[in-house]
Design a protein. Sequence first.
Length: 155
Amino acid sequence: MGNEKKKFDKIINIRNKKASFEFEFLDTFVAGIVLRGTEIKSIREGKVSLTEAYCYFKRGELFIKQMHIAPYSMASSYNHDAVRERKLLLNKKELDKLESKFEEKGLSIIPVRIFINDKGLAKLEIALARGKKLHDKRQDIKTKDVKRELDRMRF
């Protein structure tokens, strides 16, 4: 019993590091993604890029665009398109809440991280965000520098 191996042992947690610098997060949601067979295999290999990705609404449904999932190397002719738009799965209540706030000026929906949950399903953490101004970015850099200096002094 102690030597049981989990079905999905490899931990996949790919972050959009640029997003926290460029945006101020107001609210976060976890959404499922509609994927094709070779796409989930590429995600399990960790070949995903979220840096240029963004979300938008089309006919009351949420889609993600510009998320790059590299083609699966072991697939033959049935490989997927690397940068196609993919549908995101959320509850109706969450979709309504997001859509009403998304229509406000200056707000956007961006992907923060992609991960595989305990059941082996790919999930995408998205955030309702407001773009930061230049002075906000400078302030973030200053606080990071101060924190780094304090950490150096402790050791």
